[in-house]
Design a protein around this ligand. Structure first.
Ligand code: HEM
Length: 364
């Protein structure tokens, strides 16, 4: 928050897309590794560019390469690797593997200095996984398995959060009446004397309705994750052969007039007295999927989004750059598995609270 306000004080528009991307990355690395790994570079170089990269750059490049390739649809084309995506991903895997190895070493050295292999209160996720190895139980994982798990979690949990929060901010900035109502709720629940705390979220009904409405129109993962049918089945009268790769088009469902009244209207009010939530029970709105493969971090994801959005709008007074109206905030999308805003969201930022209220020990 400090950084956003510092940049805002210079009077130029602040690139919120890049700040939120860094924030989501820092939250993940803090949870998994106990610290941010910005600037900690690989010892191996990239096979084509010959450069050494750090963790955020590598994760971003994997996400950018996570696209549909002809070989996904016609397996016989896979060998040709049209566009060189597979080769690029293999090189990135090697680089990430090298970086994870050095992070593992750091954690093992830390455990040795503490002279304990048992996880303690200040242990991070990786400490816990490594400590299970020495216990040699059915839960202990090999280094390779831990690397795959971390790789999966970082990919699934970094870009999704930042992409989704950027869309939420974009939609709010396009609707000044919504911003005004949100400010009213923040002032009445939190007040201008302090920052938002997790316990405030339960009282923020308007914030939750706004977030649902933004996600309806701009789901962070518009096609969810691919599934494969294990046996032939029928869905809504369509025959799905065994082994089909199936995508659920969440983006289209969110804009379907058979499901939503006036779907293109941005109207958080539609959720005020509606039982529809984000938790996979209401098929009109499935941003985290549904069923056995539902996002395992759904509750964390919902809470992170609510807290980040509430904190940003409570502590910062955002406005669109001079010469632009709210309706000019661009909504072009760019698809890399997650849907990102194509043109970065740039906003003017001023403090909204008195200086004493910026207690940096508070959440977010
Ligand atoms: C706003 C944030 C997020 C959104 C919108 C989101 C959405 C999704 C969706 C749609 C799926 C596929 C579900 C399905 O196939 O039915 C998924 C899977 C997954 N998500 Fe999330 N997610 C978010 C945050 C996170 C975070 C923070 C993490 C980890 C810390 C995470 C970890 C995962 C994992 C590991 C899977 C794969 C589960 C499996 O294949 O069994 N997600 N997520």
């Amino acid at each position: 928050m400090n950084r956003i306000l510092e940049l805002g004080a210079k009077g130029n528009p602040v690139n919120m897309s890049s700040i939120l991307s860094e924030l989501a990355f820092d939250i993940s690395t803090q949870n998994f590794f106990g610290k941010s790994y910005h600037g900690h570079k690989t010892s191996v170089t990239n096979s084509t560019t010959d450069e050494r990269k750090d963790l955020p750059t590598l994760i971003l490049q994997v996400v950018e390469n996570a696209m549909f390739v002809p070989g996904d649809i016609y397996p016989m084309l896979r060998k040709l690797d049209i566009g060189g995506v597979e080769a690029a991903l293999l090189s990135l895997r090697k680089e990430l593997d090298d970086l994870f190895t050095s992070i593992f070493e750091e954690h093992r050295n830390k455990a040795e200095r503490k002279e304990t292999t048992v996880a303690t209160e200040d242990s991070d996720f990786l400490d816990v996984l490594l400590s299970l190895q020495s216990e040699n139980t059915e839960y202990s994982l090999t280094d390779r398995e831990i690397k795959s798990l971390l790789y999966d979690l970082m990919l699934a949990g970094t870009d999704t959060i930042s992409a989704q929060v950027i869309w939420i901010m974009t939609d709010i900035m396009r609707h000044p009446e919504v911003l005004q109502e949100l400010h009213k709720e923040l002032d009445s629940v939190v007040g201008r004397g302090r920052m938002v705390e997790v316990s405030d979220l339960v009282h923020m009904k308007y914030l939750k309705a706004v977030i649902k409405e933004c996600i309806r129109l701009h789901p962070g993962l518009p096609l969810g994750a691919p599934h494969q049918s294990m046996q032939a089945t029928k869905v809504a009268g369509y025959h799905i052969p065994a082994g089909s790769r199936v995508f659920i088009n969440l983006w289209a469902i969110g804009r379907d007039s058979r499901v939503w009244e006036n779907p293109m209207d941005f109207n958080p009010g539609r959720f005020f007295s509606s039982p529809i939530d984000l938790k996979g029970q209401h098929f009109q709105l499935l941003p985290f999927g549904s069923g056995r493969r539902i996002c395992p971090a759904m509750n964390l994801g919902i809470q992170m989004m609510q807290l980040i959005v509430a904190q940003l709008f409570h502590t910062c007074d955002f406005s669109v750059p001079q010469g632009m109206g709210p309706g000019n905030v661009d909504v072009q999308e760019e698809f890399h598995g997650a849907s990102r805003k194509k043109i970065p969201l740039e906003l003017l930022v001023a403090p909204r609270l008195p200086p004493h209220a910026y207690d940096l020990h508070t959440a977010c």
